[in-house]
Design a protein around this ligand. Structure first.
Ligand code: TRP
Length: 453
């Protein structure tokens, strides 16, 4: 079957804008909020080491597989998988990989938008000097009071979702590309500024030592598996986000080089965020292993006491907002393109309907922190359940299926010619990783998440 040269949804204007957009999708709350707190909880450097190994050995090959599948198919993940399965003589059920990913993206966005809304609220809190002089206890009270008010967080969730859908409605070149061209460089500048501040705290080297002194004795099975899961979440692989962005990639772009660049940027942002945050935590005598509240409770204390804390606190939350925004855009793109391709909708109305339904689902997360805080299934709130379902079940299954498709179903000649790796051993290495290592390793994550291992 002849493959189309270009997606009906548009094309990136250059390799560079693709790298920016995909990095924008990858860098998000996962890097700046989740990576530091997981690193803190799992004891620092050993976790970081496993994370980096997983990005290199599993993340990059899987990302290459998603870009290669997306660019060859040129449609939304559902139709791309269908077309490529047909091409390889495999059954049409492979399109369920696309459905699974599209659904996972909407489910993740429904709660991601709520957390993005908190970030937005904290931009305003920091700008109005709400953090001035706060203590650990009062920052905790402030956070609890904030999330305890369903109307407040519903309001911010709504604003965040409108921001997301406005960019998505404008399409690839008009919306996503314009947004990231401005937002991604701004993000790097703000992060470096924050890093610069961290060097003046007097605890910069304590932060570095925490992150990078090798201490394998702290490595447990759980932390290894958590680090691997975080590598997948952070790179946005396993659900079609990278596949759909890959479908806008011009022919002739080096997939291997691009994947390495994206993974490198994503990892760099996570590490820089860690290097910026931990010195601030240590300088203020805080607990690195505070958990998910690390940023929303601990950083206001740090910013509330440091010189220039008003401006640095404000910049930090703007930074987090930008990162969350460019990721949220990518989470809904598979659903929006699916509505356009299958139901013949315009991009504007597809964005509207996908946005409204995801927003409505987000109300479940909004009330998980207040009205429904005590309503649990298997000991989990609605929010916990969604997070578990997506991160621990849907992403690993998606990853295993995508790796298996690229490694076993696609003809090696096809993947070899699409990847077009110059180094003679490059393709062999990728094929080995995607055929054997990736499916096996991700299966371990899944079994662990199910408590079977
Ligand atoms: N990677 C993003 C982050 O770190 C979140 C994200 C965007 C994502 N698209 C995804 C996670 C697809 C999993 C799958 O915040």
């Amino acid at each position: 079957m002849a493959m189309s040269q270009q997606s009906i949804h548009g094309q990136w204007s250059s390799r560079w804008t693709f790298i920016l957009a995909a990095t924008g999708a990858a860098v998000g709350l996962g890097n700046i909020w989740k990576f530091p707190y997981l690193t803190g909880v799992h004891g620092g450097s050993a976790f970081v080491l496993v994370y980096i190994v997983c990005v290199a050995a599993l993340g990059i090959p899987l990302m290459m597989a998603e870009i290669l599948i997306g660019r060859r198919g040129r449609y939304t993940p559902v139709n791309t998988m269908k077309i490529l399965a047909e091409e390889s003589g495999a059954g049409p059920w492979w399109q369920s990989v696309g459905w699974l990913g599209t659904l996972a993206g909407m489910l993740i966005l429904s709660y991601y938008s709520v957390i993005g809304g908190w970030t937005l609220a904290y931009v305003f809190k920091s700008a109005t000097g709400a953090f001035r002089g706060v203590t650990g206890a009062s920052a905790h009270t402030m956070f609890e009071a904030f999330v305890g008010n369903p109307w407040a967080i519903l309001f911010w969730h709504t604003v965040f979702m409108i921001m997301t859908m406005m960019v998505v409605a404008k399409g690839v070149q008009g919306g996503i590309e314009k947004a990231v061209q401005f937002l991604m460089p701004a993000l790097f500048v703000l992060l470096l500024l924050l890093l610069g501040y961290a060097t003046t705290t007097g605890f910069f080297f304590d932060g570095l030592a925490f992150l990078f002194t090798p201490d394998v004795s702290r490595l447990s099975g759980t932390s290894m598996l958590t680090a691997m899961g975080q590598a997948f979440f952070s790179l946005s692989i396993g659900m079609g986000t990278i596949m759909i962005y890959g479908s806008y990639v011009p022919k002739g772009t080096s997939i291997a080089g691009t994947s390495i660049a994206i993974a490198g940027c994503d990892t760099a942002v996570a590490l820089i965020a860690g290097m910026a945050i931990f010195p601030i935590v240590f300088a203020n005598g805080m607990e690195p292993g505070a958990g998910p509240s690390l940023i929303f409770e601990t950083l206001p204390v740090a910013f509330g006491h440091m010189t220039g804390g008003l401006i640095f606190g404000f910049l930090f939350f703007v930074l987090l907002l930008i990162a969350a925004w460019t990721s949220s855009i990518s989470l809904i793109e598979p659903a929006v393109t699916l509505c356009i391709e299958r139901y013949d909708m315009t991009r504007a109305s597809a964005s509207l309907w996908c946005g409204i339904s995801t927003w409505a689902l987000g109300i479940g997360t909004v009330v998980s922190f207040n009205v429904w805080a005590d309503r649990t299934v298997f000991g989990m709130t609605f929010f916990d359940l969604l997070d578990f379902l997506t991160s621990n079940l849907m992403l690993p299954v998606g990853g295993i299926l995508i790796a298996s498709f690229a490694g076993w179903v696609m003809a090696p000649e096809t993947s070899r010619s699409e990847l077009d790796i110059r180094h003679p051993l490059g393709y062999t290495l990728w094929h080995l990783l995607i055929r054997y290592v990736a499916p096996f390793a991700v299966t371990l994550v899944l079994l662990h998440a199910l408590g079977l291992l």
